[in-house]
Design a binder for this molecule. Structure first.
Ligand code: TYM
Length: 329
């Protein structure tokens, strides 16, 4: 049986990128793997969130995890900060993480550009904390979207380096798991890049259907094709990319054909896309309302998760301490 570990930062509500890049695969994988899915609240600290937001953000991600179908009996669902062993492993791995490689990380360079007034050490060592999350449970596979590819590669490097330095064969080198062979990137509705909270271009799982319609209607498009079978510009390709994950293949084929014949009407495409996004996310919204009415469900899930995660984590920490030479009197 494979061990699977993954998490999502608690920065607010989850969007379609989180769902199709990660959460949907969590749900699939929990059926026949040993799964650890957590809410990365320590990771959310890099942007200095208001303390009043921290708990509500954790709560909404947990609610959405369960509403989307994660089952606390099948998976270990926990809050990152409920398992402080991760901080110890983070410290240990940091002793073998080098400034040059951390500074070169794409996510660090992006964030340093976006928040030049707050280039903190947590931001720099974000990949080591993520590696600690994964290695703490010795994962074989990590379901993540394409934007996390580099962090996973660094995790493998840290694992390899630890094994080589201490001459052991202790940590596995975890690989990405994505739906199919390619890692998914859900684009935003603003014509370029990925869907992301800090990009402000998201459709959230708990957006009201009216809001979803409005957002899709406003998505960037061009003046339309002028020649049959032409290459789609990025903003149009993006709408098709989202359509491919939420709509039936016949729907995608229909609009593709309309495009190729230069007969496409973006208004029709957007109406269909919005309807399909709403249909795909409706059951999740319904379940969110049920969970909101019964917060005991959340308490039960994390109490169980914390216990199971700490059991696995403390075993790793005990063994890593032994390997590194810590001894008790
Ligand atoms: P975060 O919170 O930025 O994103 C959570 C997950 O959602 C995926 N994702 C996307 N996938 C496709 N298209 C998008 N537009 C899109 N936006 C987000 C991300 O790839 C990710 O899988 N560092 C992680 C959280 C983390 C983690 C871990 C993940 C902390 N420790 C250990 C796995 C294992 C992150 O920033 O995710």
């Amino acid at each position: 049986m494979k061990t699977v570990v993954s998490g999502i930062r608690s920065t607010g509500n989850l969007h379609l990128g989180n769902y199709y890049g990660a959460l949907r695969n969590f749900i699939r994988m929990q059926e026949n793997n040993r799964c650890f899915f957590f809410i990365a609240d320590y990771h959310s600290l890099t942007t200095h969130p208001d303390p009043n937001d921290l708990f509500p953000h954790v709560k909404s991600v947990l609610t959405e995890y369960l509403a989307a179908g994660l089952d606390p009996e099948k998976s270990t669902i926990f809050i990152q900060s409920d398992v402080p062993e991760v901080v110890e492993l983070y410290l240990m791995l940091n002793m073998h993480a080098y400034l040059g490689e951390l500074e070169k990380t794409t996510s660090f360079k992006d964030k340093a550009r976006k928040q030049p007034q707050n280039v903190n050490a947590g931001l720099l060592t974000y990949p080591t904390l993520m590696a600690a999350d994964i290695l703490l449970h010795n994962a074989d596979e990590v379901p993540v979207g394409k934007d996390q590819e580099q962090h996973l590669e660094m995790t493998r490097n840290f694992a390899k380096r630890f094994n080589n330095f201490y001459k052991v064969d202790y940590f596995k080198e975890p690989v990405a798991y994505s739906d199919g062979t390619q890692m998914i990137k859900i684009p935003g509705l603003d014509g370029s890049g990925k869907m992301g909270k800090s990009e402000g271009n998201c459709i959230y799982l708990n957006d009201d259907p009216k809001v979803i319609e409005k957002k899709v209607k406003k998505a960037l498009t061009d003046a339309g094709p002028t020649e049959p079978n032409s290459v789609k510009p990025e903003c149009i390709e993006n709408l098709f990319t989202i359509m491919k994950v939420v709509s039936a293949p016949e729907t995608v084929a229909y609009f593709d054909e309309q495009w190729n014949k230069c007969e496409i009407r973006y208004g029709d495409l957007k109406k269909q896309l919005a309807a399909d996004i709403i249909a795909a996310t409706d059951p999740i919204r319904e379940r969110i309302r049920e969970i909101d009415a019964n917060p005991e469900i959340l308490r039960r899930a994390v109490t169980l998760g914390k216990e199971k995660a700490r059991e696995s984590a403390s075993k790793t920490i005990r063994e890593v301490r032994e390997i590194m030479g810590f001894r008790s009197f």
